[in-house]
Design a protein around this ligand. Structure first.
Ligand code: CP3
Length: 346
């Protein structure tokens, strides 16, 4: 594939080519803030059933692209597919998030499957094929996975924790067992990302939503090293693979992160100092982000100012406009429209 002439703005940006108008997509662009999402969600089964039904997942993937004319679709799925493929039983509690049987000791780790349950990944690959066939030319399709550390926060505690004490304590107390967990997640993540790229994803994003809670040495060990390994192994199989890393909340550890992993794109959260980020991310590496999702929720002149600050900070480099984390469910659609006009009609 000649990436230079792909005509897909997000892919060209990840290839280091700055676009006259930055391409835009939004983390969690499919979801409860859209009435068309709520309509499907109400008349179908659980959230996980939606993820495992390719026709519905494809429709949900396409909804925000259709409504807003975004430059990328992100496959409708969840990071918890990987623990499911390892045999962990996953359920979702309304407004709370995933629940699994916690990994608490060597016995529960040994109970994880040695092989991958391909039946969990197959519907995601089918969704990608359906979306790929339906997407307008020039719109990128992004696949994704959770980074091993973020997955482990859920897999060890069995649920979302605000302080991440269970997983952090496990990593201190049982480093060799925890190394085994991270190693298993590395292997499965490589298979899963390569599978998504083979099915037609133009790029993949690795979400490390809870990267920002570790001291520097452990951050290197449990966040940087695994994602670097995954990126290198995906690239060794698929040299053209475009990889975006999104390590939320890492602050000044950003420099070490991008130098070590060398992703094609780095997703920035809204908390980071934009000048600092510009200084430590290599000039050819795409920056993606980083509008505060709460500015989008607030709307009005404050939103305009926040959008302008993002655009101005990253105007001189390959840049993909996005939020610094996902769209909040209460976000008014008119605010999304206002933001998109501001990005595109300057
Ligand atoms: O539009 C998209 O971005 C694609 C779909 C997508 C979902 N989850 C759908 C979803 C993506 C990329 C994710 C990633 C994900 N899932 C992450 C990493 C990004 C992040 O937000 O930090 C994490 C940590 C998860 C785990 C997860 N899934 C949680 C904690 C929750 C509960 C919080 C919430 O918003 O309800 C989910 C549920 C979830 N994932 C929903 C959707 C559309 C809501 C399901 C519903 O009730 O309708």
């Amino acid at each position: 594939v000649n990436v230079q002439n792909s005509g897909i703005a997000v892919v060209e940006t990840l290839d280091g080519q700055k676009q006259a108008i930055p391409p835009v997509w939004l983390m969690r662009q499919a979801g409860r803030y859209l009435p068309e999402y709520r309509a499907i969600r109400e008349r179908t089964g659980s959230f996980l059933d939606l993820c495992s039904t390719p026709e519905l997942a494809a429709e949900l993937t396409l909804q925000p692209v259709r409504r807003f004319g975004l430059d990328a679709a992100i496959v409708f799925s969840d990071i918890m597919m990987v623990p499911m493929a390892l045999g962990q039983r996953v359920t979702f509690e309304a407004d709370e998030g995933p629940r699994v049987d916690p990994l608490i000791d060597a016995t529960s780790i040994a109970a994880l499957r040695a092989d991958i349950d391909e039946a969990v990944f197959a519907p995601v690959y089918d969704t990608i094929r359906l979306v790929k066939a339906a997407l307008p030319a020039g719109v990128a399709l992004i696949g994704f996975c959770g980074a091993p550390w973020t997955l482990a926060t859920y897999m060890v505690a069995g649920k979302r924790t605000s302080d991440h004490v269970p997983v952090r304590c496990f990593a201190y107390a049982e480093p060799s067992a925890f190394t085994r967990v991270i190693g298993i997640l590395n292997t499965v993540s490589v298979e899963y990302l390569c599978g998504q790229l083979a099915a037609g994803a133009d790029a993949v994003q690795i979400f490390d939503s809870w990267a920002g809670v570790l001291p520097p040495d452990q951050f290197a060990q449990w966040c940087i090293q695994p994602v670097a390994t995954i990126a290198a192994q995906v690239r060794s199989r698929l040299p053209q693979a475009k990889i975006i890393a999104f390590p939320r909340g890492i602050g000044t550890l950003l420099r070490r992160y991008v130098e070590w992993i060398e992703p094609d794109g780095i997703g920035l959260d809204w908390m980071i100092d934009k000048n600092f980020a510009r200084d430590c991310v290599p000039a050819a590496m795409a920056i993606q982000g980083n509008l505060d999702p709460v500015a989008l929720l607030a709307g009005g002149a404050a939103l305009d100012r926040a959008v302008d600050e993002v655009l101005e900070a990253f105007a001189d480099r390959p840049f993909i406009f996005n939020l610094g984390h996902g769209v909040l469910p209460q976000t008014p659609i008119a605010h999304v429209e206002r933001m998109l006009r501001r990005v595109r009609d300057r």
